[in-house]
Design a protein around this ligand. Structure first.
Ligand code: AMP
Ligand code: MG
Length: 184
């Protein structure tokens, strides 16, 4: 079964693009954040998903590890898309989203990074009132996307998976969805 990891920083639109692409494709869409949220809530660690990234790194890593195991079980039956993050921005710095113990569980075949321009991401975050988005400067957003590119290639080197980068610019959702369908 094929395992594809799709990642993009908050505001990149990765989840929106995926939802559009998966209408016609035979993949199960698993949101890593949902699985972590379920585990963290059971342990009474958080009330909302945007608080997970502020937990102590060791606690985040425990939840991350448990989530990887759960997702691996789901991937026995079907092709799976893991909607997640290459790095998570925590108060103590960038936390790798797919450290070796997560990669070992998931054994991904492909990474797809969804990106947009920094100013597009900034505006989307300002307009999204459903989430508690970090208010960052343009240069922080650019740095976060650069970190994700680098670490995605490192994840690929560890697993042999390929890395595809897809741009999701404003008012071009249909084109982006088409590109996502092509690559999946
Ligand atoms: P999302 O809904 O995609 O923004 O994910 C919600 C939260 O789940 C993120 O802000 C992170 O705290 C956490 N999360 C998602 N994927 C990972 C991962 N691979 N490693 C660590 N934390 C993650
Ligand atoms: Mg998402």
């Amino acid at each position: 079964m094929k395992v594809v990891v799709v990642a993009g920083i908050p505001g990149s639109g990765s989840t929106t693009v995926l939802k559009g692409a998966l209408v016609d494709l035979d993949y199960v869409h698993v949101n890593y954040g949902d699985v972590m949220m379920e585990i963290a809530q059971k342990k009474n660690l958080v009330k909302d998903r945007d608080s997970i990234r502020t937990l102590a790194p060791d606690v985040q890593k425990d939840v991350q590890r448990e989530a990887a195991k759960k997702i691996r079980e789901m991937a026995q039956q079907s092709n799976i898309i893991v909607d997640t993050h290459c790095t998570v921005k925590t108060p103590l710095g960038f936390l790798p989203g797919l450290p070796p113990w997560v990669l070992e569980e998931l054994q991904p075949d492909q990474f797809v990074l969804v990106e947009a321009d920094g100013d597009e991401i900034l505006m989307r975050r300002i307009q999204d009132t459903t989430r508690i988005r970090d208010m960052e400067k343009l240069r922080d957003i650019d740095l976060h996307q650069e970190m994700n590119r680098s670490v995605a290639m490192a994840y690929a080197a560890l697993t042999g998976a390929t890395v595809q980068i897809i741009q999701n610019h404003d008012d071009q959702l249909d084109e982006t969805v088409a590109r996502m369908i092509d690559t999946l």
